[in-house]
Structure formats: C-alpha cells, structure tokens
Ligand binder design. Structure first.
Ligand SMILES: [Zn+2]
Length: 410
C-alpha cells in the first residue's frame, strides 16, 4: 500500500479537522481557532500544502488590514464510506469535507457471509471509481450491523451475522482496495454521520438511537463516539424490560429488542392479522405472505387501530428505556433513526411523551428529541468521517492496530 501523507503534529491535525468540518476558512480564522500566531499557522499550512493535504485557492475578503489567504482541503482527497446492513450495502465516495460525490446501493443478505458480501462491496466501490474521479483513496470507513473489535478490525460474536465472527474485514478490504480501512458498528457510524451532517451538527453530546431490525444507541461525548472498554457501549437493544417477556435473538428473555424494533413489530403485526384484530393487516398479509414495519406504518396512517396500538406500545417501551438513558447521560439531543423511524411522528410523539414525563425536568428542559433528517446517508457519511479522523491525525494517535516497535516510526 502506498504511504499516504498525513499531518506531522497536532496543530496540523487540528487545522485539517477544522477545514473538514467548516469548509474553506481564511488563514487568519484558522490561526484564531487553533490559537497559533500568524507566522506559525502559515508555516504549518505551507507544510500541509507541500503534503497535498490543503490548497490555497485565493484571498479572503478583508477583515481590515491585509487580506488573508483562503485555505481549503486538498481537492484530490477522497474517502469511501461503506455501510453494510442486514439486507443492503451502501457505498459512497466523498471529498475531504465528506461531501458525497457518488453514491450507490444494492441489496445483499448479510447471511451470505463475509467473502460474498465484501466482494459485493468492493465491486460497488470499483464501479464508482471507474470514471477516474478517485484515483487515490485516503481511507475507507466501514459500518457493520454488529459489535466490532477495533483492535482486530473484525466483528465479534455478531448475533445477526453468521460466519462473520472474527473475520478480518479491515485487512481484507484494505488488501483489496489498497487504502487504510477502519471498521465499526453501524450505529456508531450513523451517530458520526449525524454529528457531521445531520441535526446533531450543532451539539457535542448526544444519543443517536437506531431502530432498525434491532435497536442500538450511539453515544457521542465531546464530539467523539464513546465505545466502552470492549466496543459494545450503547447496545441498548438487550436491556431487560421484563424478564418474563418474549425470547430475544440473543437468547435472553424480555429484552427491549424482543418487544420493539423491526423484527418484533413484524411478528406482532402478523399476530394481529391472524387473530382478526386488524382487517387492514390481514389483507396485506394475504397479499404478500409477510408483514414488515412499513406495513404497520402504512396501516396506522390509514387509521387501523391495531397498527396504531403497536406503534404506541413500542414507542412507550422505547421511551421508557430512553428516559433512563437521558437521566443517566443528560444529552443535549436525542436523534432517532433507522428503518423503523420511518413510522414517523406517531412514534416520535409517544417517545417524547414518555421521556418528558419520566426524566427529570433538569435533564429534559432543553432536550430536543428529533427524527434523523439524513435518511439513507448517515451511515456512509459517518463511515467516511470515522476514517477521516484517523487520516487527519498524527501517526502516533491514529492507528488502533498494534504499534510497530518504538523507534521504527519516523
Ligand atoms: Zn436480547
């Protein structure tokens, strides 16, 4: 793999992060923000220009006195975000500011195993690069729907990913695509996408709750994802709601996810259809042979009382769990995303009413609970953001892989 240029010190790293998150800035503004003198910031920027990491496209408007040079990230910087879900894979190429330049998606089945799914992802990346717009990749971020060991760059005991346990996703993709790769849980990746480009742009401490087939929570503290000691922080789908409840995919009983989430909702909707409690759902089940969260949402929108009750009960369960988390974490915002968030404002209203009722007023006084506005792109943008954090940091602080022996690093 070609050695990519990277910042040589923490000042250069901070400058790159500012340019990624704010777009072009003047040299004077950059100096103010990192607290460096004009001459020192000019020196660091000259060095970054030599490395091809920044460009100076012209002069900024005058703030009185001499006009300052405008600075932007190198126009040739390219990141790739790969968001692998249970049934789909999304791939995007971004520039240094993580704007999506090209995006494609395809259906997959995660149970086909890592060899087939990763090959599919690689072919999508190659398809996007075929026009020559991304000759060199500066990093590839990958989200997978299961817990990930950062050290191994591999999923570890992922419940819905048979065949993926300890499979070297990072090293496989890195070898195939010739660029550094970082892998994380999809929920953490989506939280980073919300931080970079979503509603949570304005805050530094928030919870991102993904309600898809299962339920997970990304925890962002001071603008960084908190992963916990083993990398499984935020795995709220398996919080015990009621020990005598239904059996969960994890083998325990009464987990939050066994009550609510895409899989539980489909199960309960089919039960409602079969028991005669919902004519609308029964008709849909007859037509398609199975029901999904989307069917529940559409039946509720048509006024079906059983579907409305399913969303209300699920929202109340999730809301009760979130009320506990809000009291514990005191976030500035809660963002709800994932496929089931498509149930929309009926779900949101139920979650809000429970959280606001059950959490302390001090914790909820200014707490927005909102639906994600990013739709399908939170994962790919967040994956690109994740790997950019490594690419835009010095070698000493960047790499979660085992270090080379001290002294061998220049
Ligand atoms: Zn469970």
């Amino acid at each position: 793999m070609e050695l990519l240029p990277r910042p040589e010190n923490r000042h250069q790293a901070a400058l790159l992060g500012l340019l990624r998150d704010n777009g072009r800035l003047s040299r004077a503004e950059l100096g103010d923000r990192v607290g460096l003198s004009r001459s020192k910031v000019a020196l660091e920027l000259d060095r970054l220009t030599d490395l091809g990491l920044v460009e100076m496209p012209g002069l900024a408007r005058s703030r009185g006195g001499r006009r300052s040079h405008l600075v932007s990230l190198g126009s040739g910087l390219r990141f790739v975000g790969i968001d692998i879900g249970a049934t789909s894979v999304d791939v995007a190429i971004t520039d240094g500011e993580l704007r999506i330049l090209a995006h494609t998606a395809d259906e997959i089945d995660i149970r086909q195993g890592p060899v087939a799914v990763l090959q599919h992802a690689v072919s999508l990346v190659e398809k996007l690069r075929a026009d020559g717009s991304a000759p060199q990749l500066h990093g590839i971020g990958v989200g997978v729907p299961g817990p990930v060991s950062q050290r191994e760059g591999a999923p570890v005991f992922p419940p819905i990913m048979p065949g993926w346990n300890h499979f070297p996703v990072r090293d496989t993709l890195s070898a195939r695509l010739g660029a550094p790769v970082l892998v994380d849980n999809d929920v953490n990746i989506m939280a980073l996408g919300e931080l970079h480009a979503g509603t949570a742009r304005s805050v530094r401490d928030f919870l991102f709750v993904k309600v898809g087939t299962g339920i997970g929570c990304g925890i962002v503290v001071h603008g960084e994802v908190y992963r916990g000691v083993g990398g499984c922080a935020g795995d709220i789908g398996h919080i015990a709601v009621d020990e005598s409840g239904p059996t969960c995919t994890c083998g325990n009983t009464g987990c939050l996810e066994a009550y609510f989430g895409g899989a539980a909702l489909a199960r309960d909707a089919e039960a409602a259809a079969r028991s005669g409690r919902s004519d609308v759902l029964a008709e849909r089940l007859r037509a398609t042979g199975r029901l999904t969260a989307r069917d529940v949402g559409e039946a509720a929108a048509a006024g079906d009382p059983a579907a409305v009750a399913l969303i209300r009960d699920g929202g109340a369960r999730l809301g009760a769990a979130l009320a506990t988390l809000v009291s514990f974490f005191n976030p500035a915002m809660v963002v709800i995303g994932g496929g089931v968030a498509g149930l929309g404002h009926r779900l949101l209203a139920e979650i809000r009413s429970v959280v606001y009722r059950r959490s302390l007023p001090l914790a909820t006084g200014n707490l927005p609970i909102v639906l994600s506005e990013l739709g399908g792109t939170a994962g790919v943008v967040g994956a690109a953001r994740f790997v950019s954090e490594s690419a835009f940091s010095t070698l000493a602080e960047a790499d979660p892989r085992p270090r080379r022996t001290p002294g061998s690093v220049p």
